[in-house]
Structures are given as C-alpha cells and as structure tokens.
Design a protein around this ligand. Structure first.
Ligand code: BGC
Length: 350
C-alpha cells in the first residue's frame, strides 16, 4: 500500500515537472529541431545553439530528424508535450509542420523558424536567417566577375544545380543567382547546353550530393564530350560536392575546370577550394545565427521588444525576421574569414 502511495506521489511529481518544462531544474526548456546530422552545418548550428542556450541558463532538448519530415513532426510534438517553452525549428519540408504549429499556438508556445521559413501557417512567431536572396546574388555576381561577362566575347557554357524544392530557401538562392545571370542567358553570352534552367528542372531532392552527382554526370555525358564547361552554379556545398565528383569522373577537359559555386564553407568544400575544384562558397557564420536566436528567445520570454530587421511572407502572414549577412569566401580570403575568425583550425583543412 505504502509503495503504491509513494508511486502515485512520484508519478504526480514527474508529471508536474514535465508540464512545467523545468524537469525539476527550474530552468526554462527550449526545443531545437534540426533537419539532419548528414550535413556539417546543421551539427554546428545545433551544437552552437545548445552551448549558447545552456550558457544563458536554459535547458535544451535538441533533436535531429534524419531528413524525414514525419520524424520531425513527431519530435516537435514531443517537445510541445514535454513542456518546452519555446521552439526553434529548421524545417525539412517548409509546409509539413502545420499541425504541430497549431498545437504549439494552443499552448502559447512561440515558434522561431530557424534558417528556413515555416510556410503556410500563421503560428510562426519569428524567423532568424541569413539573407537568402543575397546568397544567390553573391554566387551570380561571382560567376559574372570570374567570366568577365560584361567585357569578354564569350559565349560561355554554364549549368545550374539548385536545392531541395521542399525547402523555401532553395527558390530564393536560385532566384538571386538567376536575377544576376538571366540577362546574359537571354543575350546568348551564357549558354545552358542541357537546356535546363528552370528551378524545377535543376532542383536536387534533399540537397543530396549523390543526386546532384548523378544529374551532373548525365549532363556531362550528354552535352560536354567535346565542349568546355565554363561555370557550374551550385546553390550550396553539398550539391557542389556532387558536381565536383561528376567533373572528376566524367569531364574530359580537366585543364579547363569550370567556376563552381557553393554555400556553407563545409570542410569538404573548403578542401575542394584549396585543391582548385570548387571556386567559391558563401560563408554563413552559424555562430552569428545561433547567437541571434538565443537573443531572440530571451527577448520573447522576457516580454521585451524582439529585434528584427525585415519580414518574410509565408503565405499566411508577414513573419518578423532577422536577416544576418552572408559573405563570399574563396582561396584568397578564406584564411581571414575562416581561420582568423576561429571558425576552423588550419589543420582541419588539411
Ligand atoms: C540552408 C543551407 C544548406 C541547405 C542544405 C538550406 O536551407 O540555408 O545553408 O546548405 O539548406 O542543408
């Protein structure tokens, strides 16, 4: 009998702790939902945020969803049920978390869309990201300058590899780059031999290196047996790595290596940059975004004005947003940007 009473008391205490979100520690709990551990950047984003939130006195529930939208949905629902006071979500599919967002709203749990905007739902409180359109324009401008499109006679051959269609960012990156390069395609100075220049045609499911590689191999086989490729605009590093693998294995004119763009400054891609196989990447300092997010959460939970510098429309509302600045990195400035800033140690790039 005594055992039963003690059991009931213990159970009740655990329920209260879970509901209060403090798990007995008195700390507010933040739920962080990241898409995948497969890409270096999300591991860094998750690690930095965990560190910074814990240093600021929060408890953290950090989950990775293996790039599976249904796993992410149930992880976020668990965070809601286990007493998280605020959610930070980098969505796998921008529109697939609606039911969880509604549940969060019913419990008055604010939601921050992290890096990727949560679409088609009004229960998104804030968006913390880098300027996604600008990432694309930086890539486009890099190609424009590298090929000297305004002065050189051309024509030049270019191909495009974009990101996952379910990720709202992917369209922004592609549009940013296309807005810089489209005029040159229209005038014939840039030629897309594959004919594939619409986002739907050049998109890469799951941003996967393997998917990008197999499409690039097909394009090279079909169009570039005896033609030079001058540029390959890739929206990020994981896709650029696939294109570089395809060039390595299928491209005959290795002495005329194309300009290859990327984004993230993943270690593999920086190594490719040092080896002359990827020409540039866009650096988005994940430490900056993590810090911004911690600041935002503090301002929300302390009922202070939340600092924003933009808005993004998610088809249901204008989401107040904070956009951090991306910068380009190449072989000439990587030391200053990546090493001197302490982002990487020199020997990680060997
Ligand atoms: C991020 C990129 C990343 C890509 C693939 C995008 O939403 O903004 O930094 O390379 O997802 O994970």
């Amino acid at each position: 009998m005594l055992k039963k009473i003690l059991g009931t008391i213990l159970c009740a205490a655990m329920c209260v702790a879970a509901l209060s979100g403090c798990a007995g520690s008195g700390k507010k709990k933040v739920g962080i939902s990241m898409p995948t551990k497969d890409l270096q950047r999300w591991n860094q984003d998750g690690d930095y945020m965990k560190q910074k939130f814990e240093a600021a006195g929060y408890e953290v529930d950090l989950q990775y969803a293996g790039n599976k939208a249904d796993t992410q949905l149930s992880q976020v629902e668990n965070m809601i049920n286990s007493g998280c006071k605020v959610l930070v979500i980098a969505a796998i599919e921008s529109s697939s978390l609606g039911t969880a967002l509604d549940k969060a709203a019913a419990k008055k749990i604010p939601v921050i869309a992290y890096d990727r905007l949560l679409m088609d739902n009004e229960n998104v409180s804030y968006y913390a990201t880098f300027d996604n359109y600008k990432v694309g324009t930086i890539q486009g401008e890099f190609v424009k300058k590298a090929l000297d499109l305004d002065n050189a006679a051309g024509p030049f051959n270019i191909e495009f590899t974009a990101g996952d269609p379910g990720d709202n960012n992917a369209g922004f990156f592609f549009k940013g780059a296309m807005d810089v390069l489209k005029g040159y395609i229209d005038s014939g100075k840039l030629v897309v031999q594959s004919g594939e220049k619409e986002f739907e045609k050049v998109a890469t499911a799951e941003w996967s290196t393997a998917n990008a590689q197999s499409r690039a191999e097909n394009i090279i086989n079909a169009n570039y047996a005896d033609k030079q490729i001058d540029a390959w605009l890739c929206s990020n590093d994981s896709t650029a790595q696939g294109v570089v693998n395809a060039l390595d294995s299928r491209y005959a004119m290795k002495d005329k290596w194309p300009v290859v763009t990327g984004q993230d400054c993943d270690i593999v891609s920086v190594k490719n940059m040092l080896a002359g196989k990827q020409t540039m990447s866009v650096f988005k300092d994940t430490r900056t975004l993590a810090e911004r997010t911690v600041t935002m959460v503090g301002q929300i939970l302390d009922n202070k004005t939340v600092e924003t510098n933009n808005t993004y429309n998610n088809n249901k509302k204008e989401v107040p947003s904070y956009l951090c600045e991306p910068v380009f990195a190449d072989i000439n400035n990587y030391k200053q940007i990546l090493i001197d800033s302490g982002y990487y140690k020199e020997d990680q790039l060997k």
